[in-house]
Design a protein around this ligand. Structure first.
Ligand code: IPD
Length: 274
């Protein structure tokens, strides 16, 4: 794919994410209709579905041959010669959206030949959009200003701020909570935003020094991982597997500032997250 095509794709992804984010802000009903998914705490709202429909419609109109995988309606294979796949989470942080908290995103990644090359994470509640394309740096746009973002210069785990998230199933939560409790006295502090894509962007923007979570799906991680890498962060799976592989939910995903990449991964293993 040429640079020009990558730029066009990035612009399209940014426009679509912002349109969906604006719709989610403007049309959020006072009382949201919800269903549950993997567990009673794993919810989907009518607005997740409406946003995914809008995003799919816009992608289909602009690029009918591309594949799409979305959190709410699964996989639609592409028919184009180039293997382009859009990876969509219409609302990452659905529980925050449900409660009227501002920490939710519209996350859109694009893979070409199974390699993530573009990431856009719109955070309408913070009026910020993060974006990156491979080789072009990572960027945050807010209030008409655009600035390049970089992972923090952290070098010492004891003074590093660590974000995490918990899986929906009770047993996994208990296990992760115990590991995080062991980790807590060894780091500056712990944060839990409730939106994995935002955690990844916060690593990319130096708002936290590292992030780790087990149980992510490709739509949680795809866009944010491109943004992290372009910002100089190290993002990978502790088991060495591929972030785009089907077994991603089994793996611990770790994103960190480069200066603590070894320390945070050693600590994750030491507290039993390996
Ligand atoms: C969830 C959020 C949450 C993370 C979960 C994700 P959803 O996504 O990113 O922070 O802990 O693992 O599933 O369900 O709100 O799209």
């Amino acid at each position: 794919m040429s640079v020009i095509e990558t730029d066009d794709l990035l612009a399209l992804a940014r426009d679509i994410a912002r349109e969906a984010g604006g719709m989610l802000l403007d049309r959020r009903p006072e009382i949201l209709r919800t269903d549950t998914k993997s567990t009673p705490t794993d919810v989907v709202t009518e607005m997740d579905r409406a946003a995914e429909d809008l995003i799919r419609t816009r992608i289909r109109a602009a690029r009918p041959g591309d594949g799409i995988v979305g959190e709410e309606s699964g996989e639609a294979a592409g028919s184009g010669a180039e293997r382009v796949r859009w990876v969509v989470d219409p609302i990452d942080g659905t529980v925050n959206y449900l409660y009227g908290l501002p920490l939710w995103t519209v996350s859109i990644g694009i893979e070409v030949d199974a390699r993530a090359i573009i990431g856009v994470v719109a955070v309408p509640g913070l009026s910020t959009t993060y974006s990156a394309a491979v080789g072009g740096g990572a960027w945050a746009e807010a209030g008409g200003q655009r600035r390049e973002i970089h992972a923090s210069g952290a070098r010492d785990l004891a003074t590093s701020l660590i974000a995490t998230g918990f899986p929906y199933a009770a047993e996994g939560r208990a296990r992760h909570g115990a590991a995080v409790a062991t980790m807590l006295p060894q780091v500056r502090d712990i944060r839990r935003s409730g939106a994995a894509s935002l955690d990844l962007c916060w690593v990319a923007d130096g708002r936290v020094d590292a992030y780790l979570e087990r149980g992510l799906h490709v739509w949680d991680a795809c866009a944010g991982s491109v943004i992290c890498r372009e910002a100089g962060a190290v993002v990978d799976r502790l088991d060495g597997g591929d972030l785009g592989a089907d077994d991603l939910p089994e793996a611990l995903v770790v994103a960190s500032a480069p200066g603590i990449a070894g320390q945070i991964r050693d600590l994750a293993r030491a507290v039993g997250l390996g």
